[in-house]
Structure formats: structure tokens, C-alpha cells
Write a protein that binds this ligand. Sequence first.
Ligand code: GAP
Length: 459
Amino acid sequence: MTQTQEQAVPTGDTPFVPIEKIVSLCKRRGFVYPNSEIYGGVSGIYDFGPLGVELRNNIRRLWWWSMVQTNDNVVGIEGAIITHPRVWEASGHVENFVDRLVDCKNCKRRFRYDHLPEENVRQNRCPVCGGELTEPRTFNLMMETYIGVLEGERTKTYLRGEASQNIYLDYDNVLKSSRMSIPFGICQIGKAFRNEVTPGNFLFRQREFEQWDLQFFVHPSEMQHWFDYWKARRFEWYQSIINHKDRLRFRAHGPDELAHYAKQAFDIEYQTVLGWQEWEGIHWRQDWDLSRHSEYSGQDLSYTDPETKERYIPWIVETSGGVDRTFLNLLIDAYQEEPPAGKDKEGRTVLRLNPMLAPVKVAVLPLQKNKEELVTTAKELHSKLRRLMVSQYDDVANIGRRYRRQDEIGTPFCVTIDFTTLEDQTVTIRERDSMSQIRLHMNEVPAYLLERVRWDYSV
Ligand code: GAP
């Protein structure tokens, strides 16, 4: 929830991409649309288009694969968005999940008090116009809703403010139904809702967004070991999916910015034009959650070690990141505008996404659309490939234009059917980043592509 307001200076030789370019690409190519746009939109809420949903699914699948499928001591759940209202009293969100806001009396701009530069807090001055600021006012971020239809019989509850609460609620059921024993973890990917008072920067701070969480339950004496373990694992994971490795770092939370449930916390931060910003939080939640839910529900959530018979409330290591922030950071990380070079007079925009995450894996292109044999052969290959991976058939405009269109959405491979194909059944495969081309027999294409777009992740 915190962010640093440092000057954004690129650490490598590639300049930072302005967010507006990503917003424009997302709308133009069908990654992200403003929600309810025909009614003027809703601030901080977005919809995902045909390419966006593919990218999102790939991101989610990779996370699930690396966190759940490849760890014997981690299982997954999918909890409901609405829970018993007492959950949010027990969790501390009703009382503590607040932002403090100040308004500028002169220019009327609104700021989060904890995001103001120190200098402006000291002088009580607006960071934009220098005007006087109001006293900080406190707002709760929980989104309210009601269960039931009849006035007077409706119960107020909340859309979940953090997805992780379901994991504590289901902890005991998982323990009993899946033969897990401590140490073990529960993962979940799910929507969360916050009445953010200053939503903005596109997908970065939204009111409806998606989180991925691991809650790892441990004996208190092993807390430090597992905290360090997951902290390192999560950093390696983010490093493995980005190009600009030098734009990732840890930042420790100071005592004044720790969330109400955390005794210690580190953010994994990524550097963009917005400065260094949180991507995922690693939190030392200790016994806060299970103790509070035991107290508020009256159910004993302590654990008895099957061998030593020791009884204790497990402590929790949390790794909590955002699917939307991953989506945004990956697009920023992959986006590149290349100037014209050699025979190329136009230059290109290319999304250098990891092939396993790219929304479209291959485009099949007949060299000309008015030659029936080229079109038929290309369509046949496309219909074979689309059963194995996301494939697009495209015969509109010249071949250079079509390559550019695919580069812009991050398609790692283009397969071109030309006149030589009709003679010897070979096709051209063009690779997105190097733009190098090889010729291959058509029968070899599926295996060649699968080898290059499959999950091949070993962290
Ligand atoms: N359960 C712990 C928790 O919710 P958090 O730091 O508030 O911790 C975890 O959120 C992650 O969720 C953040 O690192 C960020 O990636 C994402 N996130 C939080 N608020 C968000 C928002 N308003 N819009 C988009 N993503 C958000």
C-alpha cells in the first residue's frame, strides 16, 4: 500500500515508457478498456479485452504453476468475495484500514497524507501550488454491500478488502481435508475491492483489482527461516519474467508504515516512470490472523503437532502481489520503440514479452491473399496450431505491416506461407526480437513452436 516518491531516473540505457503509451496500446489493441466507457467510465475500474484476457490467464497460470503445482507443501483454494461481516472486524480492517487525506485550500487537489514529501508535511503546503493544506481526514477503504432484499432485514457486509482473509477462514478445513501438516501453505488468486481515495496511474491503483496470495503456516521457531525463504523465492520469480532485471529491488517498511497486521514487511519494488513502486509485499503476519479469528469466532484455530503434541497458534508468512500490477509492469518492461534501421523505413513498436506469457504465440500469414493455394495452406496450418496454442491467421495488408502488427502485441513467432511452400512444404518462421528467419518443413512447425512457448520455468 505504500509507495516511494523518488525521482524516476532510468538505471539502464533504456528510457522509461510513459504510462500514456501503454494506455493507448492497451485500448487500441484490445488489452484493456475503461469500464462502462459509454457512460463516461468509473474511476479506478477497468475491463480486459481479447488480448488482455489471454495475457492475464497466462500470468495467473504461471504463478499457480510455480506456487502450487510445483510445491508439495502448498495447496490452492478459491474463496468467495463476500464473507461474514465479523471477518472484517476480526481482521482489523473495519478499524484500521484507512487512508488519511488532505486537500489543498488553493488548487483543491487531494493527496494521501502518507504520500506527501516530508518537506510539504512539515510546512503544511501543497506540493503542486504551495497552497495551504487542510487537516488530514480519515477514510475507511472497505467497500460496503448488503445481503438480503427486505429493508430492515438486510445485513451490511463488505466486498473483501484483501483476498487473503478467505485463506485464514478455510485454514482449518484445508488442514483436515488435505492431510497437510505444518509447515504448509495455501494459495489463492482473487478479486479485492478498495475505495481508494486516489485511484490512478491506470492499472496501478484501482478500486477493483486482483491479488495473488500465499499464506504459509509455520511453527514460531521456524518463522525467520520461512520468511527469508519465500522472500528470496518471490524476488527470483519476478526477476525471471522481466527484461530489466536492474529495475527490481527490495525495500523494508519503516515502523510507521507497517500494516496493522504486520510485524515486519518488505516490498518487492519495480522502477518505472512512476518511480520505485510496490509490486508485491512480503509480510511477517505472525499469529495475528489466526488468533483474531479464534477470538472473534469462538473456534479454536490452534494446531497440535502430531508427533510432539505441542499446541500452538501457527505463525504466518504472507506473500501478496497484484495480478493487475504484474500485467502493467510486464507491459511497461516489454514495451520498446525501435527506430528505422537498414531497409526498414518505419521502425517498429515491439512488446518483448516472455514467449510463455505472450497472449498470441504464433501468427500464420499467407504471403498474398489473392492466391488461393497460399490461403488454403495457411488456414490448414493455423487450424492445426490453434489446438495447441493461441494462433492468429492474418492476410490483411502487406507482410511487413502484418509483422509489425504482431510485434506490437508481443507475438513471438510469425509463420509465412510463400510460393516455395507450395513446392517443398517448407515455411518461414520469423522470431520477434531478433527478426531472424529460418525455413522449416511444415510438419516440424508445431514441435518447434511448442518447445519455445511451453512452461519452462525452474526457479
Ligand atoms: N494481504 C496483504 C495485502 O493486501 P497490500 O500490500 O495491501 O497487502 C498486496 O496488497 C498487493 O496487491 C500489492 O503489492 C499490489 O500489487 C496489489 N494492490 C494493492 N492495492 C492495489 C490497488 N488499489 N490496485 C491494484 N493493485 C493493488
